[in-house]
Design a protein around this ligand. Structure first.
Ligand code: ADP
Length: 301
């Protein structure tokens, strides 16, 4: 295979591992900075260019598109899809997964377990919103937050109301969510590739922290997941239309609930915790499944 990876920083662990795994298997792989690619979007023959030359001859694309460049990155990927190049994850699925609210709505429609979640614009019905989320304590989340920033646990109604008012005052969108206390500050990251969970780790928040993000001092260990957790993760990736996904679960009393489905999951934490060759599994999946006529949406959608 001749692979093109869209990534802003070629030196990240995840990107280096994918290059290593591809080359070890005899594939050719080039990395291009997503934001330095440009294109003529009106041409009958779609084309993608970089420093004056046309990027052609690729069999497959690995999109590693950061949240801050979703819009441009999806446009570049869509252009490749229209040229018939097979993407590991399709642009439509990536864009879908980047919208937290839309993702939860799609997962709920398919009956996948979720923390009870309320979404409102107006703060006048705040008591009802808090009741929907099961009453305090509740978790209040910025829709655009990542790495645990903007995720607040409010223990009392009074504090919940002031947090909601503060966020609304700042004109940001928020979700109000049931607090899954029994998760004990831990979550499970499952790594799905081609409809299978190939690795799973437990992330535990630091002392006194309900958020398990590694960036916030959490630690990761390997974990054996239950069949129900496995099928929940696989279904969540499928609903989002992602071949590769990091599906984050919480262990609730009533079973696993999905918190988030990530379309560009990092490899460092999961390979470190589990010692599984995740990069190799991704490349093997690509080798077995790529093909010019195999893109489902070709950017339509
Ligand atoms: P981000 O996408 O910014 O990482 P998350 O929604 O994943 O935000 O939340 C960060 C962490 O907070 C999660 O990994 C989890 O440990 C904890 N958390 C989030 N929502 C809940 C919840 N409803 N109940 C219990 N813990 C939660």
């Amino acid at each position: 295979m001749k692979i093109l990876m869209l990534a802003r920083n070629p030196n990240l662990y995840s990107h280096q591992r994918l290059v290593e795994a591809a080359e070890a298997r005899g594939h050719e792989i080039d990395i291009y900075d997503t934001l330095r690619i440009y294109m003529n979007i009106t041409s009958h023959r779609p084309e993608v260019r970089y420093q004056g030359k046309s990027l052609t001859g690729y069999d497959a694309i690995i999109p590693r598109i950061g949240a801050s460049v979703t819009y441009y990155g999806a446009a570049v990927l869509r252009q490749f899809e229209m040229m018939g190049v097979w993407p590991l994850n399709e642009s439509v699925a990536i864009v879908r997964s980047r919208d937290k609210l839309r993702s939860l709505q799609l997962l709920a429609r398919e009956g996948i377990g979720l923390p009870v979640t309320a979404f409102a614009h107006d703060t006048r019905a705040v008591d009802d919103v808090l009741d929907i989320a099961g009453g305090e304590p509740v978790v209040i989340k910025l829709l655009e937050g990542t790495q645990g920033v903007g995720v607040v646990l409010a223990d009392t109604r009074r504090s919940a109301k002031s947090v909601i008012e503060a966020f609304r005052g700042a004109k940001v969108n928020i979700l109000v969510q049931e607090f899954i206390k029994e998760a004990g500050g831990a979550d499970i990251r499952t790594f799905v590739v081609g409809g299978k969970v190939i690795a799973a780790m437990k992330r535990q928040g630091g002392e006194g922290e309900f958020r398990s993000n590694i960036h916030r001092g959490g630690s990761a260990t390997t974990i054996k997941i239950t069949p129900e957790e496995r099928s929940t993760a696989i279904r969540a990736a499928k609903v989002m239309g992602l071949n590769v996904a990091g599906v984050d679960l919480l262990r609730a009393n009533h079973g696993p609930v999905v918190m988030e489905v990530n379309s560009s999951p990092g490899l460092e934490g999961i390979e470190g915790a589990t010692e599984i060759d995740v990069a190799g599994a991704i490349i093997d999946f690509m080798a077995a499944n790529h093909g010019p006529a195999k893109t489902k949406t070709k950017g339509k959608g």
